[in-house]
Ligand binder design. Sequence first.
Ligand code: ADP
Length: 154
Amino acid sequence: MRIAVFPGSFDPITLGHLDIAKRALPLFDKIIIAVGENANKKYMFPLEQRLSWIERTFKTHNKITCDSYTGLTTEYCRQQNARFILRGLRNPADFEFEKAVAQANRKLYPEIETVFLLTASGLSFISSSIARDVIRHGGDYKQFVPEAVTIHPG
Ligand code: ADP
């Protein structure tokens, strides 16, 4: 079984994440979208909310499951028997950061391979932080996120 972990904050999931996960489907038998919980990081949306949006987004894809984890991504991959980490690349800044993380992860877990997919043209400007800004200021966030993401004001 080729199992991949797609780790991230998904605060919230965006059309960029959705595109990467869907395009990775032919490469793997199973993809675990894994929401990392870092105690030092401030999130806009609670974990349960982020997970529920991901579950609803992928409910018709039986190869994709979703989960949360704390601690090292490599430890989580070991627990899940996953030999692949899936990440998206938007720009050179992503590349520099992801290169260091992928190389460190291979030191921690030599059998792990990080697989990068380039963002689809037209989606590379989308980030969770831009989506959060638009949401915070009452803009039309729907064009940046999957349909399942609905925010009730107040
Ligand atoms: P993290 O906090 O780990 O950066 P994110 O949820 O922001 O978590 O991102 C998770 C992964 O999704 C990263 O590999 C990131 O590069 C990728 N990603 C985010 N936005 C996009 C996008 N618009 N297109 C392609 N990949 C993306």
